[in-house]
Design a protein around this ligand. Structure first.
Ligand SMILES: NC(=O)c1ccc[n+]([C@@H]2O[C@H](COP(=O)([O-])OP(=O)(O)OC[C@H]3O[C@@H](n4cnc5c(N)ncnc54)[C@H](OP(=O)(O)O)[C@@H]3O)[C@@H](O)[C@H]2O)c1
Length: 373
């Protein structure tokens, strides 16, 4: 008995010591966490304007003169004419959900101090291995650091020729939201003509693309939005619109083959309840800037992985994969008039903090665009 007690004491002490060491390591890692902001103190030899942030928080976003990028052999130099804002951007600005920080985004300070992804602009120079583009081409796509006068995407990645009939503002709004809507409906939802599709959050960035893409796939589309957006969602082609301030779609008897969830404001069992027996629930995201906590929307995504094992329907999250092929699919749809981006507001590059604050409120109507001079 005495020996058992002694062993228990040692095991407890060892566990406590390990916990203490882990805490200490976390504390040291937190305070050592830093970024490359010092490089912005030196005057750039070939300057361009860009939004940078050395610490988390919208108040720390600054418009600075920084070094203009030079394309590598496989990159193109794009003069950015417009960019667009996504919830993705405020996740990085705020460093939330906090698990992101532990996953490499930067514990105390953002490791990557540049912001923005979606852009449209004109090719100014190409690397020596680039064959797809030439100077003068008008392109659109996604590349980190897009809230700037120049970006250097790799020519084979998320960049495609902009349709001639499209403005830079429209083209800049496409990458994340359009690709997400396309891949969620076509690849994850496998939407077939005649199927019933429900889009929760039909009036936002992803939703406005999703309504139009679901229609072009031949679906019978129901969009969920608030009163002020009912006409907008109808004008995008939705067959039915549910005003969430008046009606809760999870209480209705109507069943859907595919539900796209851009809001995540209903439980998984409520969402399962609106699906047909072989229906699919595709979680895109959800949760406002103010309620991210440690896991944010990832909590629901993890729960969906478990939950879906016990139900007949397929339920899970999808992560968009921006690529040239799908940007070209979207470009073709826009060129032929099947898809038209919805622009809510336009801000200038120096107004990026205001644009981020607006998108953080969670009530954008379509996309918020940044114009770059
Ligand atoms: N998984 C991925 O790869 C991926 C890719 C892109 C985006 N996302 C995530 O997907 C989510 C949506 O992105 P987004 O770009 O569409 O965001 P967004 O543009 O900020 O969406 C705002 C829209 O949400 C609507 N909304 C708010 N509360 C609602 C409710 N209770 N019911 C229905 N609609 C509601 C708002 O309409 P009202 O003003 O009418 O309320 C507004 O139009 C975000 O969480 C984002 O982080 C994930």
């Amino acid at each position: 008995m005495k020996l058992l007690k002694r062993v228990l004491r040692w095991v407890t002490a060892a566990i406590l010591l390990l916990l203490l060491l882990a805490l200490l390591a976390g504390f040291i890692a937190y305070w050592r966490s830093t970024n490359d902001c010092k490089r912005y103190t030196a005057a750039p030899t070939s300057p361009m304007k860009a939004i940078v942030y050395c610490d988390y928080g919208v108040a720390n976003l600054k418009l600075e003169d920084i070094e203009k990028p030079v394309p590598n052999d496989d990159q193109i130099l794009v003069r950015v004419r417009a960019a667009s804002v996504n919830p993705y951007d405020w996740h990085f600005v705020e460093g939330t959900p906090y698990i992101m920080r532990a996953m490499g985004v930067g514990l105390r300070k953002p490791k990557d101090t540049r912001l923005g992804v979606d852009f449209a602009g004109t090719v100014e120079a190409v690397g020596k291995d680039v064959t797809q583009f030439k100077p003068g081409d008008e392109v659109f796509g996604g590349r980190g650091g897009a809230f700037a006068q120049y970006v250097c995407p790799r020519a084979t990645r998320a960049v495609a020729l902009k349709p001639a009939n499209m403005s830079f503002e429209d083209a800049a709004s496409v990458n994340i939201a359009g690709i997400t809507a396309l891949q969620a409906l076509r690849d994850k939802g496998k939407v077939q003509p005649g199927q019933k599709v429900l889009i929760n959050g039909a009036s936002g960035g992803v939703g406005t693309f999703a309504v139009q893409i679901a229609k072009s796939l031949g679906a019978d589309v129901t969009g969920v939005c608030s009163t002020r957006n009912v006409d907008l969602v109808k004008s995008l082609g939705a067959d039915h619109v549910i005003d969430y301030t008046k009606e809760d779609f999870t209480k209705s008897a109507k069943r859907y083959d595919v539900m796209l969830d851009n809001v995540g404001n209903h439980s998984l069992s409520e969402c399962k309840g609106v699906l047909t027996p072989a229906g699919k629930y595709v979680l895109i995201g959800g949760g406002g800037a103010g309620d991210q906590g440690f896991l944010g929307g990832l909590g629901k995504a993890l729960w969906a992985m478990v939950f879906s094992k016990f139900v007949n329907q397929q339920m899970g999250m999808m992560m968009a994969d921006a690529n040239q092929k799908d940007l070209t699919v979207l470009a073709d749809m826009m060129q032929s008039g099947k898809l038209k981006p919805v622009i809510d507001r336009t801000y200038k590059l120096e107004q990026v903090p205001d644009a981020i604050r607006y998108v953080e409120q969670g009530h954008a109507r379509g996309k918020v665009v940044i114009t770059v001079e």
